[in-house]
Structure formats: C-alpha cells, structure tokens
Design a protein around this ligand. Structure first.
Ligand SMILES: [Zn+2]
Length: 363
C-alpha cells in the first residue's frame, strides 16, 4: 500500500524528470516531425527502398519524428534501430525549428541537417548573412537540394557544394515532391541536349582528356537539372557512343523539340586562347536570343572570358528545326581552362549556365 506522500513525491520526481528531459533534450534529436497518413499501417524498412526488409510498422495517425529526409525517405529511430519510412505517407511535416521555436538556437549547433529543396521560378540567391541586403555568393536553381543547417527568422543557413550561406525560407521546401511542382518555364518543354562527338570521334584532344568525355559529363549534369525542373530531355547520346550529325538533328526533329543545345569544347593552336562562346544558326531571332541568354548565363556561372555569340553554319544547327545553339564551354588547349573543365564543380556550373540560359530565354 502506498501513502499519499509517497505518491505525491513520486509524481513530483516524474514532473521534474520530464521538465529536465524537455529542457535538455538536444534539438538535434530530430529534424522534422509529421503524422503517419495511412488508414492501416506503414512499413518501417531497414533501408530507404521499397525492396528493403520490413523491420516494423507504424499505425495510421501516429506522430513520428524524422531524423533526416532524403529522396522521399524519412530516417527514423525505430525502438533504437535505424528505420526508413516513405515520406509519401507522412503528412503535416514540420521541421524541428518551426515545431519547437524555443530551441532554434540549439538547432544551430545541431549536425542533423534537413534536406531542403529550392522552389523558385528562376534562381535563388545565397547570401553571406540572413538579410536581403547581404552580399550574394551564389545562386541556386529550382529543385536543387541543399542541407539546412539551421533556421532562424525565416532564414535558413544552408550548405551547398561545401559552401555555407543564407537563403530565405520562402523558397525552400523540405519535400522533394513539392519542389518538382516546378514553376520553371521549362516544365513540360522538350529539350535536346547534344553532347558533342563520342565513340570513335574523340573531338578535340587535350593533354589529359578528350573533348567527348568532358562534354558528356556536362550534358548529363544539364539533363539532371532540366529534369528536376520538369523538362522532357532528349539526349542524343548518354554514353560514349558515336552518333552521326544527321542522326542528332533527326532525333530533335522527330521529337518536335522546343530547343536544341549542343555542348562542345574549343581548341586552338595558341595555348593562351581561352573563354566561352555560343554559336547559333542564322535562321531567325529565336536562335540569336537563345544564344545570347545562354552565353550570358555561362559567363556569369563560369567567370570565363566572354567571347560572345556568333552565327555558324554547323550541320547540327542547320538541320535542326528547333531553335538550335552550340556552346563551346571552354578551350581544352588552354591549361587553366582544361584543368577547370575536368572538375565536377566547373562542369556543374557549365550545366547550370546552360539551364539558366534556357530559362531566361522563356522569361
Ligand atoms: Zn566539338
């Protein structure tokens, strides 16, 4: 039998313990919270895949804390075991900062970053400080993934490509699905990305690599970015295959493509020559405008020498019904530019320059 004092004392101990637990609960223990939105139960899996082993179930209506969200899979702590649930069946997802506004400061020290996605019509500026007058360090395109380090006063400190900066939370969503409801003018457009050369045709030959390899890497990155924006991308090649010039144009014509973008590297007998230029087929204003918006965006992304746009009678441009351009990203024969062209980050910037150029054209 328990006496009243003992009951009171034990209740008090529980209350103190709860207060202590709440006060000292690290904000990093979860990144987001939500509710299981299924009528029966939702499988918890060992890996973020529908084919992974089911380690347990969560009931519909149950609240859940998500440690990390990646590609529609939420990582959770399932009775001390790492588990994954499909975020498609989780509703009312809130990140930990907005769910628990009093612990935002703590969240700054948290290393449990939430994945966020840029949701913006054109591009989103990353700034050095959390205010609109701070300097812009880079810009992100729609659908691009960032790691949210912390959120305060509607500004997120984000990490992207190893750099940290601040973006307005107005343009960040934590749902990849939502981000794919793109506001991009390229959504639904059919765009041909033509990686120059391939197979037996190596293109220009640099000291360390062939033109055909670097342009394929850039083309694949452009494809990914465009598909993130909801564009329908046709690749004239997506591996080291030889494709005839006539075939490339025919692929574009058969698909009734809206735009054709050929990606190449330049070469010169003079080592010092470097920079970026875009060619267009002189068949009207469309290709000229497209060439200039892509050129401008390539220059702003790459910081390379602006060699301007020029008309050219290239086979792929002449035989393509869609507005067609050919971008010479840089010179494989210039050692500094060639070194840049080999890096993943420079290739990504080239892809971004092309994609933003296409978007700008439609705005
Ligand atoms: Zn070429």
């Amino acid at each position: 039998m328990l006496d009243k004092h003992l009951i009171r004392r034990s209740s008090l101990v529980v209350i103190i313990a709860l207060i202590a637990a709440v006060a000292f609960l690290p904000a990093s223990s979860y990144a987001a919270s939500g509710t299981i939105d299924v009528s029966t139960s939702l499988n918890v899996r060992a890996e973020p895949s529908n084919n992974a082993v089911v380690i347990g179930k969560l009931q519909g209506g149950q609240a859940v804390e998500i440690e990390e969200i990646r590609h529609d899979w939420g990582k959770i702590d399932y009775y001390g075991q790492e588990g994954y649930i499909s975020m498609v069946f989780v509703s009312g997802v809130q990140d930990s900062a907005s769910a628990a506004p009093n612990v935002q400061q703590t969240a700054v020290q948290s290393n449990a970053a939430t994945e966020g996605y840029v949701q913006v019509a054109t591009s989103l500026n990353v700034r050095t400080a959390p205010n609109m007058s701070a300097a812009v360090t880079e810009s992100l395109y729609n659908g691009e993934a960032v790691s949210i380090v912390s959120i305060q006063d509607n500004w997120a400190q984000v990490e992207h490509d190893g750099n940290t900066g601040y973006v307005s939370m107005d343009y960040i969503t934590t749902s990849e699905n939502e981000a794919s409801y793109s506001l991009s003018p390229l959504k639904g457009k059919t765009i041909v990305i033509d990686a120059g050369h391939g197979g037996k045709d190596s293109g220009a030959i640099g000291d360390y690599f062939y033109e055909k390899s670097a342009v394929l890497s850039i083309a694949l990155k452009a494809q990914e970015q465009l598909e993130n924006l909801g564009a329908n991308v046709i690749m004239t090649r997506d591996d080291d295959a030889f494709v005839a010039l006539e075939t490339r144009a025919a692929m574009s014509n058969a698909a009734h493509a809206s735009m054709f973008v050929s990606i190449h590297l330049n070469a010169s007998s003079e080592e010092y020559v470097n920079g970026t230029e875009v060619y267009y087929y002189p068949d009207g204003d469309t290709s000229v405008q497209l060439a200039s918006t892509v050129q401008e965006n390539l220059i702003s992304q790459l910081g390379s020498v602006d060699r301007g746009t020029q008309a050219a009678d290239f086979s792929v441009l002449r035989n393509t019904q869609a507005p067609a351009i050919l971008a010479e990203i840089g010179y494989i024969t210039n050692s500094a530019e060639a070194a840049n062209l080999l890096t993943d980050s420079y290739q990504q910037k080239a892809a971004t320059g092309i994609v933003k150029g296409l978007e700008t054209y439609y705005q």
